[in-house]
Design a protein around this ligand. Structure first.
Ligand SMILES: [Zn+2]
Length: 490
C-alpha cells in the first residue's frame, strides 16, 4: 500500500446457528436435502402462516454474544426488512434492526506469527463489535442457461428460514491480513462453542467486507465499498487487497470513490460492481407484528454464561502453564475443541503431557489431514494412545517402531501391547542377541572401521544404522551404540 494512505475495514459475518430446525418453523436445517424438501407454509411465506421463535436458536445466539463479551439486551425486537426477490417469497426478511439482541464486545487477534509481536514492538490487536442480531436466511436461486434466451431460474427454499446471527464489527481493521485473521479467529470460536459448523463451502459462514481508504492522519472515513459473500479466508484477503489498491488508484488519479456493493471473482482475483448506492434498497423496516419482543432474562443469560466452555485462548494459556508445553504445541493443540480434549485425555491417562503432545501433533493430526477427517473419527482413542506411550516409555519398543505400531492400531483397532507381542516387535535390549550382529557389521566394513579408528568418526552412525537395519529397527539404539563403540575400539 502507498504510504500516504490507510485502509479502514469493517466486517459483517453471517453465521448459521447449529439448530436441528429452522428459526420460525419445524422444518429441518440439514444441508443437502433435495430442493424444497425442507419447506412449509411458514418458511415459504404463505398468507396466514405464523412464525414461532426457536428457543434453541436464541440460546446459541446468546452463547456467541456472551463469549464475545457483548452486552446481551433483556429485550430485543424482530423487524421486517422489506425487499422483493424471488428467493424471499414473503417479500420481507425477519431480522433485528433498531433493537438487536446484543451490542458491544470484541475479539483480540492472535499476534502475527513471525517477525512481529516481539515484546514491546507490537501488542495484541483488539477488534470491537458493534452488534450481534438474529435473523432468518433467504432461499436460493439457481440459474441455468444464462445469458442465452432459453434461460431458467429454479428456486430452492431449503435455506429459507435457517437461523442466522449477523456479527457486525467496528471499522477497526487496517489491513486485509488483519481482516482475515479476525474472520479466522471468530470462526474458531464459533465452531468451538458449537454455535456454528464453520463450513464455508456450504454457506453456513459468510463474510461481507466494508472497505474504504483515507489519507493518513485524516480522521474522517472515506467512501466505502462493500464486498459481499466472500467464503474463504484467502479470498477475503485477496478481495480486500484488491479493493484497497483500486481505491488508492482512483484517489491518486483525482477520482472519486462511488459507494457501491461489489462481488469478488475468485478466478480473476478482482471485484466487480453489483449495484450502486442509487440502486440500493430502501428496506422500510418496521417491527414484526407477528412476533412479540424477544425477552432474555438475566437468569437465562447467566445460566448460559456459566455453561460456557473454556475458550481457545484461555485453554492455550493453561496448556502452557499446567503441562509446561511450548507455545507452539499449545497453539496447535487448541485449534479445535475436539483436539484439545483428545490431547488432554491422553496426557491425563499417560501421565506424560509432552509425549501426548508429540503424538497428537505428529501422527494423530497427520492421520486426520491425510484422511480429511475430524478428531472424533480417529479410531485410536486416548486410552489406546496412552497405552502406546507407556510401552515406549518402558523402552519395550523404539520410537521408530512405535510409529508403525500406531499405524497398525489405526487400521486394526488392536491395542499397542497386543500388536507388539503378537508381531514380535519388542525392542532387542540384551547384549547377547545384539553382539553377534555388531561383530558381523564390523567385519563386513573393515575400511570404515579403520577410518573411525584413525579418528574420523563421521561414518560411525552408518555402522549403527546397519545394525538397526538387520534388527528391523528393533535393536535398542543406545545399547547398539555402546556395543559398536566397544567393538571398534577394543
Ligand atoms: Zn418451514
Amino acid at each position: 500500500m502507498s504510504d500516504a494512505f490507510e485502509a479502514v475495514i469493517g466486517l459483517e459475518i453471517h453465521a448459521q446457528l447449529l439448530t436441528a430446525t429452522k428459526i420460525f418453523c419445524g422444518c429441518p436445517t440439514a444441508f443437502g436435502a433435495p430442493p424444497n424438501a425442507n419447506a412449509c407454509p411458514v418458511c415459504v411465506g404463505l398468507p396466514g402462516a405464523l412464525p414461532v421463535l426457536n428457543r434453541k436458536a436464541v440460546d446459541l445466539a446468546v452463547t456467541a454474544a456472551v463469549a464475545l463479551g457483548c452486552e446481551v439486551h433483556e429485550r430485543s425486537v424482530f423487524a421486517r426488512k422489506n425487499y422483493f426477490y424471488p428467493d424471499l417469497p414473503k417479500g420481507y426478511q425477519i431480522s433485528q434492526y433498531e433493537q438487536p439482541l446484543a451490542t458491544g464486545g470484541g475479539l483480540a487477534l492472535p499476534r502475527p506469527r513471525q517477525g512481529f509481536g516481539e515484546a514491546g514492538s507490537e501488542g495484541e490487536k483488539f477488534v470491537r463489535l458493534t452488534r450481534i442480531h438474529m435473523e432468518e436466511d433467504a432461499g436460493k436461486s439457481l440459474h441455468e442457461g444464462f445469458p442465452d434466451s432459453d434461460r431458467k431460474t429454479y428456486l430452492d427454499y431449503n435455506r429459507s428460514g435457517v437461523p442466522l446471527i449477523e456479527i457486525v464489527t467496528e471499522p477497526d481493521m487496517r489491513s486485509a491480513a488483519e481482516a482475515a485473521a479476525f474472520f479466522e479467529t471468530l470462526r474458531q470460536i464459533l465452531v468451538w462453542l458449537r454455535v456454528n459448523d464453520g463450513n464455508m463451502d456450504e454457506g453456513s459462514l459468510r463474510c461481507d467486507a466494508n472497505v474504504s481508504v483515507r489519507r493518513k492522519g485524516d480522521s474522517r472515513l472515506g467512501t466505502k465499498a462493500e464486498v459481499k459473500n466472500v467464503n474463504s479466508f484467502r479470498y477475503l484477503e485477496k478481495a480486500i487487497d484488491y479493493e484497497i489498491g483500486r481505491h488508492i488508484d482512483v484517489l491518486e488519479h483525482g477520482g472519486r470513490i462511488v459507494q457501491e456493493t461489489r462481488l469478488f471473482d475468485a478466478a480473476q482475483g478482482k471485484t466487480y460492481s453489483m449495484r450502486s448506492k442509487e440502486e440500493a434498497h430502501d428496506y422500510r423496516y418496521f417491527p414484526e407484528p407477528d412476533l412479540p419482543p424477544l425477552l432474555v432474562t438475566a437468569a437465562r443469560r447467566q445460566a448460559i454464561a456459566q455453561a460456557l466452555p473454556e475458550l481457545p485462548d484461555e485453554r492455550r494459556r493453561r496448556f502452557i502453564e499446567q503441562y509446561a508445553l511450548p507455545a507452539y504445541d499449545a497453539a496447535l493443540l487448541t485449534q479445535t475443541r475436539g483436539v484439545a480434549d483428545y490431547f488432554e485425555e491422553t496426557a491425563r491417562q499417560s501421565g506424560n503431557a509432552k509425549a501426548a503432545s508429540n503424538w497428537v501433533m505428529g501422527e494423530v493430526l497427520r492421520a486426520m489431514k491425510e484422511r480429511a477427517i475430524e478428531i472424533d473419527a480417529v479410531p485410536v482413542a486416548p486410552p489406546a494412545l496412552a497405552g502406546l506411550i507407556a510401552i515406549v516409555e518402558k523402552g519395550t519398543i523404539s520410537s521408530t517402531v512405535a510409529k508403525d505400531v500406531f499405524a497398525k492400531m489405526y487400521e486394526s483397532g488392536r491395542a499397542a501391547g497386543d500388536i507388539v507381542a503378537g508381531e514380535g516387535l519388542a525392542q532387542i535390549s540384551d547384549s547377547s542377541s545384539l553382539e553377534p550382529i555388531v561383530r558381523r557389521v564390523v567385519s563386513a566394513h573393515g575400511d570404515i572401521v579403520a577410518e573411525i579408528r584413525a579418528g574420523k568418526d563421521r561414518k560411525f552412525q552408518f555402522l549403527v544404522g546397519q545394525v538397526m537395519k538387520e534388527t528391523r529397527g528393533k535393536g535398542d539404539p543406545k545399547l547398539v551404540t555402546d556395543l559398536m563403540r566397544a567393538a571398534i575400539h577394543s
